[in-house]
Design a binder for this molecule. Structure first.
Ligand SMILES: C[S@@+](CC[C@H](N)C(=O)[O-])C[C@H]1O[C@@H](n2cnc3c(N)ncnc32)[C@H](O)[C@@H]1O
Length: 394
């Protein structure tokens, strides 16, 4: 039987999908937004994914929903807390809302309340890299202290059950086959044991100079990500289309297509850029940004130049993409197609995030872009999953 996990703050389920690709079974997810929970449910058939505010869903209730209070692993990315403002006060009780009224603290503590209830063998908290360094490490240190207090009583007596794997690492998705540079903190904690958790070793190289790294595969690029996808234009509305090619594929394209139906791809819609943007795009070379444009072209689409220097950015075919962010749902000017005068389609962004081709997004255009941009790239999730598996198997 495969190891079972739940995903808190599951979003569309990039992280969940990654663990499933590593052989785990997702049996539950919690997500605030209904449409996003639908995406998670659709792509994780064995999961009981519920939508709602985690603060209003006690773990006991969730255990009823998923039909068990035994899970091997918990994953999730609670928003970055703000403990630093309150120092180390009142951190003993995991359920203690008294830590502060800031909802980010509450959400982080909710995650740990679930850990305290389910007591999984191992859990992963995914977050932005500056979780570790913000306020000179105060947030991070407090978070670790809270985790290591799980299992003690409210007075701090007794033994903590969990230990945090140190040093906590920031991993870059590009080193694990994702055609994108994207750095995420992965805080891993497991029950005290003799076993050792090892972060995944890179499989691809990008910017390393040393000879050892160059023995790895070269990193995947935007061309690997989107070179076989259908040819479309700005404001494309037909979601399902045949691939532009199914032969002569790169390794990454073959991998992505191997999950699909072999013929067509979904969610390949593209937003409409405004007319002025469309007049500017042809002047942009691959890798160039707004401020590289001559002043007379910038005037066509004026932005405050002191703060919007890279308001427009054209991707480079032979390089990995820069980090795809949730804001890609609001506008896509920082993700202009390398050779076409339009922004990326939802599917192209999903490919850059390494979502396999059978992964389908539910919702309107903006909702689907946001789900893609918010996700942990599945291939990064898979690499973490494989490390977890090695740990569990000792
Ligand atoms: C960064 S995204 C998660 C992405 C996900 N890990 C993935 O790989 O696809 C965080 C998600 O948490 C959800 N969320 C925020 N507040 C929440 C709450 N109070 N209860 C449950 N979910 C919440 C958001 O709607 C969002 O979809």
């Amino acid at each position: 039987m495969s190891y079972q996990f739940i995903d808190l703050f599951c979003g569309a389920g990039g992280f969940s999908k990654g663990l499933e690709l590593a052989g785990f079974e997702c049996i539950g997810g919690i997500e605030l937004k209904e449409v996003i929970a639908k995406t998670h449910q659709l792509n994780h058939k064995k999961s009981k994914t519920i939508f709602g505010d985690i603060r209003e869903i006690p773990p006991e209730k969730f255990a009823e929903v998923i039909g068990t209070n035994h899970v091997d692993v918990i994953i999730g990315g609670p928003p970055c807390p703000t403990f630093s403002t309150i120092g180390h006060a009142k951190i003993r009780s995991v359920t203690g809302k008294s830590v502060s009224e800031d909802p980010r603290n509450q959400l982080f503590l909710e995650y740990l309340r679930y850990v305290d209830y389910f007591r999984p063998e191992i859990f992963v908290i995914e977050n932005v890299p500056n979780f570790i360094t913000k306020y000179k490490g105060k947030i991070f240190n407090t978070a670790v202290e809270i985790i290591e207090n799980i299992g003690k009583d409210d007075e701090g007596n007794g033994e903590g059950i969990y230990e945090v794997v140190k040093p906590v690492q920031v991993v870059n998705a590009v080193y694990y086959g994702v055609p994108q540079t994207r750095r995420r903190m992965m805080l891993v904690a497991h029950k005290k044991s003799n076993k050792v958790f090892e972060y995944p070793k890179p499989t691809h190289y990008y910017d390393q100079e040393d000879e050892e790294s160059k023995k790895l595969k070269p990193c995947n690029t935007v061309e690997d990500a989107i070179g076989d996808l259908p040819t479309i234009t700005d404001n494309w509305r037909i979601s399902e289309m045949p691939y532009s090619k199914t032969e002569g594929l790169t390794e990454y394209q073959r991998l992505m297509q191997s999950y699909g139906n072999g013929k067509t791809i979904k969610n390949n819609i593209c937003r409409m850029s405004n007319d002025r943007a469309k007049r500017v795009f042809p002047h942009m070379a691959q890798g160039s940004i707004y401020m590289d444009l001559p002043p007379e072209i910038r005037q066509i689409l004026p932005f405050r130049e002191d703060i919007f220097k890279d308001r427009l950015k054209r991707l480079v075919m032979k390089e990995p993409s820069w980090t795809v962010i949730a804001h890609i749902g609001m506008d896509g000017y920082m993700y202009i197609h390398p050779t076409e005068n339009r922004t990326l389609s939802v599917r192209e962004a999903a490919r850059i995030q390494s979502f396999p081709d059978d992964f389908e997004f539910v919702g309107n255009q903006q909702e689907t872009y946001v789900q893609v941009g918010n996700a942990v790239p599945p291939l990064l999730g898979k690499a973490i999953g494989e490390s977890i598996k090695q740990y569990l198997e000792g």
